[in-house]
Ligand binder design. Structure first.
Ligand SMILES: [Cu+2]
Length: 154
């Protein structure tokens, strides 16, 4: 039998030389809107290579888009707008787990299951340079439970 150990090492070398994007977004999603609902929350996981801040959001399907934090006060979920969300270098920030979401308000049209909605985030680096990051959020069924919406008791 031939030994194929060296193949793995070669693959690793190839990956480290390829330069990836500064900011990566994955698992962006929102929930289909109920009749009459004109706002929606988008969740995603964002990773910035260098320390940066998420400072803005604009979504095509909404009149207003904001960065929101979510805090449980007793049984009540309270949301408020925040100016920025910290993105530590190289760390995947799951907005939901970190207690944040993107808020779309004044939806121009209902969000239908199976469709996508596009947003553009503004990420500001420690050097003050801003870059635009595209977000394509999948619209999941209305019945989809929020993966991170549950409160755990520790
Ligand atoms: Cu909100």
């Amino acid at each position: 039998m031939k030994k194929i150990l060296s193949a793995g090492l070669l693959t690793m070398a190839a990956v480290t030389t390829a330069y990836a994007d500064e900011v990566k977004v994955k698992d962006a999603w929102t929930r289909a809107t109920a009749p009459g609902q004109d706002s929606a929350m988008v969740q995603l996981v964002i990773t910035s290579k260098k320390a940066a801040k998420l400072v803005g959001i604009a979504c095509k399907d909404a009149n207003t888009s904001e960065l929101h934090s979510m805090v449980m006060e007793g049984e009540m979920m309270k949301m408020r707008q925040v100016d920025s969300i910290d993105l530590p270098a190289g760390k995947a920030v799951d907005l939901g787990e970190a207690g944040y979401h993107l808020m779309l308000m004044g939806l121009k049209k209902p969000l239908a299951e199976g469709k996508k909605t596009n947003c553009e985030m503004i990420v500001r680096g420690a050097d003050g340079k801003e870059q635009k990051v595209q977000v394509i959020a999948k619209v999941k069924p209305l019945t989809e439970s929020a993966a991170h919406g549950h409160m755990h008791h520790h």
